[in-house]
Design a protein around this ligand. Structure first.
Ligand code: SF4
Ligand code: SF4
Length: 206
């Protein structure tokens, strides 16, 4: 078997970020793949009219897929920028491992420090439903960092638009998110979120 393919497989086995919700909110299903998803215990959802399933995937155990031979089409087909680059022999395996380790460490910090405490009493933003949703997911180990980042940025933007001050803790969380998204954008998947966060941080600093 091709040496680069083995290296890319090894990299993915110790990563799992594309299955964990740290890169994507959900993953697409092929047309007609809903039945197979249900058989695998994965609940199909509809996203913008297309079949999908929410992440984190219930079959991610640690950083590896526990149903590897039976996984869905997208799972076998997807390669992030980093794994593609290892496959092509353009990125050294050890360098790629460092990127994965760094992204996992940063994602872990962002999950551990998700600013639930600061969301109390903000019914006026009509965000209490989101708060309950994220808390429930966190407790069930189904927290999706990608969705949370969208929500967190939205919440802070509303605060700024209303002329309310942004706390030091929230600004720090936004900066850490920006750093994480910068790494994701450069090494894993391009995302418009980097510009959104950078613009926001600039606007807060004035
Ligand atoms: S994010 Fe990239 S390196 Fe990590 S498991 Fe997915 S494809 Fe592999
Ligand atoms: S089935 Fe396996 S590869 Fe596919 S999303 Fe779930 S854990 Fe990842």
């Amino acid at each position: 078997m091709d040496n680069n393919f083995l290296k890319a497989s090894e990299l993915c086995k110790n990563c799992g970020l594309c299955c964990s919700g740290a890169l994507f909110g959900n993953a697409p299903l092929l047309e007609g793949e809903e039945e197979k998803a249900i058989e695998l215990g994965i609940k199909p959802v509809v996203d913008e009219g297309e079949g999908a399933f929410n992440l984190p995937c219930p079959h991610l155990k640690g950083t590896a897929c526990s149903i590897y031979p039976d996984r869905l089409h997208v799972c076998g087909d997807y390669h992030c920028l980093l794994s593609s680059s290892v496959l092509e022999g353009e990125t050294d395996f050890d360098e790629a491992v460092l990127d994965v380790e760094s992204a996992k460490e940063q994602a872990e910090w962002l999950i551990d420090n998700a600013a639930y405490a600061n969301l109390e009493g903000e019914d006026e933003y009509k965000l209490s439903d989101y708060q309950a949703h994220f808390k429930a997911e966190y407790e069930k180990d189904q927290f999706n960092l990608r969705y949370y980042q969208n929500y967190f940025l939205y919440k802070l933007q509303v605060q700024v638009e209303q002329g309310k001050p942004v706390s030091k803790e929230d600004l720090h969380y936004a900066e850490k998110t920006r750093d994480y998204i910068e790494l994701i954008h450069e090494s894993f998947r391009e995302t418009s979120m980097l510009k959104d966060y950078s613009d926001f941080i600039e606007s807060v600093r004035g």
